[in-house]
Write a protein that binds this ligand. Structure first.
Ligand code: NAP
Length: 242
């Protein structure tokens, strides 16, 4: 389905990004596994893809660094000739109630989640045709107590997605977002059992999602089956946002 396509997935060394990278490669895309701190884990993803007969490379880049993103996109286009699929998955949390939230925690989350998404899109917007998929969150749609920074960043990703869809449509680039609910990854591993149980009560399907649930939606949006879809936010959340 994605043969001859080149895909860049940010934060692909673990969790949802890892699952997306592996799923895109399974469909035939050549995948650049971006990481920032987790080199060994990014290499593991590359190895897994190659063991399954796919093609992958790893690339270190802090997505919150505007110039580093410019270099990354230029390097990818120089090496492969084109970039067809960009998945902005890299993300962090620094949770806390607003009364106690530090300025640096607000800035850090906005810098990775929102500015990081801007940075990669900004430098790849000159491509002709392609698919951009941004990972937002149910928190960006509904809000979530204790996540002012994170929810603002993910709501910002939705605004960015819709605006980029409008600006880049004439170049044949579609831009969509996926809004996951609670997904079993290291990001949610830190939540207490009590919080996880109460979260499950808000999920129609009664359980956390798997990284592969998000990857399935990403593969669809990256494929030509989604050619006429742009500016959309697809919730993959077991029915939290209905
Ligand atoms: P995770 O397991 O904590 O992984 C986060 C990934 O982001 C890591 O691969 C990390 O790479 C990368 N990253 C962080 N800062 C980076 C930076 N400055 N530059 C490049 N990469 C960076 O989280 P996850 O659960 O898989 O989350 C993936 C995405 O889904 C995030 O955008 C998150 O907000 C979103 N999401 C997750 C959930 C959930 O319940 N898990 C729900 C809704 C949305 P390094 O380790 O190499 O730094």
């Amino acid at each position: 389905m994605l043969e001859n396509k080149v895909a860049l997935v940010t934060g692909a060394g673990r969790g949802i990004g890892r699952a997306i990278a592996i799923a895109l490669a399974k469909e035939g895309a050549e995948v650049i596994v971006n990481y920032n701190g987790s080199e060994e884990r990014a290499k593991e993803v590359k190895q897994t893809i190659e063991e399954n007969g796919g093609k992958a490379s790893v690339y270190k880049c802090n997505v919150s660094d505007f110039e580093a993103c410019e270099t990354m996109i230029k390097d990818v286009v120089k090496e492969y000739g084109h970039l067809d699929i960009l998945v902005n998955n890299a993300g962090i949390t620094r949770d806390g109630l607003i009364m106690k939230m530090k300025e640096e925690d607000f800035d850090a989350v906005l810098n990775v989640n929102l500015k990081g998404t801007f940075n990669t899109i900004r430098h790849s917007a000159r491509q002709r045709s392609g698919k951009i998929i941004n990972i937002s969150s149910v928190s960006g749609i509904l809000g979530n107590a204790g996540q002012a920074n994170y929810a603002a960043s993910k709501a910002g990703v939705i605004g960015l997605t819709k605006t980029m869809a409008r600006e880049l449509g004439s170049r044949g680039i579609t831009v969509n977002a996926i809004a996951p609910g609670f997904v079993d990854t290291e990001m949610t591993e830190v939540l207490s059992e009590e919080l996880k149980e109460s979260a499950c009560k808000q999920i129609i399907l009664g359980r956390f999602g798997k990284p592969e649930d998000i990857a399935n939606a990403a593969v669809f949006l990256a494929s030509d089956k989604a050619d006429y879809i742009t500016g959309q936010v697809i919730s993959v959340d077991g029915g939290m946002n209905v």
